[in-house]
Ligand binder design. Sequence first.
Ligand code: B4P
Length: 198
Amino acid sequence: MEQRVLLVGPPGAGKGTQATFLCQWLEVPAVSTGAIFRAHAAAGDELGKLADSYTSRGELVPDEVTNRMVDARLDEADVQGGFLLDGYPRNVDQVYALDELLGKRGLALDAVVLLEADDDEVVGRLLGRAAEQGRKDDTEEVIRHRIELYHETTQPLIDIYTERGLVVRVNGMGSVEEVAERVRSELATFLEAKGAQS
Ligand code: B4P
């Protein structure tokens, strides 16, 4: 079935990790703004250089750039039957921008999965990822800044989606498999209940 789902959570909550499982189950592609920025940075193009100048400091890439990129991505053929948006929107302005991007296409969201994890746990995970992948935005100082920014700018968007009755809260602590099973069963229950109401 066509599903349009968001995956939101603090840095290191496991959004990218869980997106892989969730996409297989929902049979939709993942659109990760973070992954798109990293691909451009690896290619060394203009967008990549610009994005890197923000991400390496743990800052958000300017909304105008991110929104335009998502707008273009939503025109591609593979997302016409649904998608999982991973890491976007990340602030309240991006929520309203996404409303417009979906509205002009006559689309709406089905659910917002909020993956929750403690600050200390996510710092530990991201330092582990730093050792494996050497990402520039995974130094302890930058990680702490990203977490602060999450609490300030990303958390308020949860209130908006909660008011809209779209949020599925999932505990992101535990093994990758345990979390994947939790995400799947809690989202399935939510979508079934929503389907029964409509
Ligand atoms: P993202 O790419 O979204 O990455 P993230 O928040 O760091 O990590 P994620 O939650 O995906 O964690 P992962 O699965 O990798 O953002 C990177 C940057 O891009 C942002 O800081 C920002 O600058 C920019 N950006 C992105 N979107 C933007 C937007 N909309 N607007 C503006 N700027 C934007 O997991 C982390 C680690 O934990 C991995 O090593 C993984 O193996 C491990 N892990 C996962 N689950 C685990 C578990 N259950 N137990 C133990 N370890 C686990």
